[in-house]
Ligand binder design. Structure first.
Ligand SMILES: Nc1nc2c(c(=O)[nH]1)N[C@@H](CN(C=O)c1ccc(C(=O)N[C@@H](CCC(=O)O)C(=O)O)cc1)CN2
Length: 284
């Protein structure tokens, strides 16, 4: 078997094609959606991600508001920037790029984001809404994973899904999304305390690998025909390396490349969240 490719770049382009008329409809009402980013320090990966987010926004006519702060910024100064974006009517949604330097408290920062402007869906109010099944911005990577599966007709309802990684940006929130009534999947969330990872992966119809351990998912662990999504990001000898080992494409039914799979989908859903936030400001 050679797996079908879950192409995140092409799917992002399809989502952007759907967003463009919505942005035009907003423009007709005098509104240009604005995406804000708050970036602290000089981590090259974070800089690259933020740059890509603004390049994506420009492609569909979303304005960029960038706040780049030095790595030694104080908690108070960072929170003042959050307050400024909360008050800025041109900024419909914004994100604080994670991770933050160690001396800063990410919980306090996320808690300060106005819920209506939480474009990442990672602030406590948004996470609470997700748990309660209420409307709100969805975290971009899990949201992107579900869109990638849905748009490639990978069956989700009733599927056995094994998620590896319990971080808030991917694994834990993905578990919440997939177990909603609208998705109806059965989820096993694996982590460093999981006794037999191979067994948990072997029985899965869908495997989401977000461990950040290069090549942790090997071909012998994958059920033939399963969908395997590689979300892991590691750098081996300077090269981006995912969690999925070579040879899995020969066993899986679907496979997301890395790069080019879930990463672009994360960016697509961020822009989508911002357009939706802008639409909410003119609704009613
Ligand atoms: N505030 C947030 N911080 C972080 C998030 C997040 O969702 N919100 N997720 C990750 C990083 N991330 C978004 O910020 C992200 C990661 C990767 C990509 C991406 O498109 N990757 C490309 C490859 C790029 C490369 O070559 O390095 C791909 O997969 O094709 C986008 C966004 C942690 N922080």
């Amino acid at each position: 078997m050679t797996a079908k490719v879950l192409d995140g770049k092409a799917t992002k382009d399809a989502i952007f094609a759907e967003l463009r008329p919505r942005v035009a409809a907003l423009a007709a009402r005098g509104v240009t959606p604005g995406l804000g980013t708050v970036l602290v320090g000089d981590d090259p990966g974070s800089h690259a991600y933020v740059k890509m987010k603004h390049a994506d926004s420009a492609k569909i006519g979303v304005n960029s508001i960038r706040r780049d702060l030095p790595g030694d910024v104080t908690q108070d100064k960072l929170e003042a920037v959050i307050d400024e974006l909360n008050a800025d009517p041109a900024c419909h949604g914004y994100i604080v790029q994670l991770p933050l330097p160690k001396h800063l408290d990410p919980g306090r920062v996320l808690d300060r984001i106005a819920p209506a402007k939480d474009a990442d869906g990672l602030a406590p109010v948004s996470l609470g809404r997700l748990v309660l099944g209420e409307q709100g911005a969805l975290p971009c990577t899990p949201y992107g994973i579900i869109e990638l599966l849905r748009r490639h007709d990978v069956p989700i309802a009733g599927a056995q899904v094994t998620v590896i990684g319990r971080g808030i940006t991917v694994g834990r929130t993905l578990g919440l999304l997939l177990t909603r009534r609208s998705e109806n999947a059965t989820v096993t969330l694996c982590h460093t305390g999981t006794r037999d990872l191979a067994a948990e992966v072997r029985r899965a119809d869908i495997v989401i690998a977000a461990a950040g351990v290069p090549g942790i998912i090997t071909p012998d662990m994958v059920k033939p025909g399963a969908a395997v999504l590689d979300v892991g990001v590691s750098h081996v000898e300077g090269k981006l390396t995912g969690d999925v080992a070579p040879g899995v494409a020969e066993v899986a039914g679907w496979l997301s490349p890395n790069p080019g799979g879930v990463g672009p989908m994360t960016r697509a859903m961020l822009v989508s969240n911002v357009v939706e936030a802008a639409e909410r400001t003119v609704a009613g």
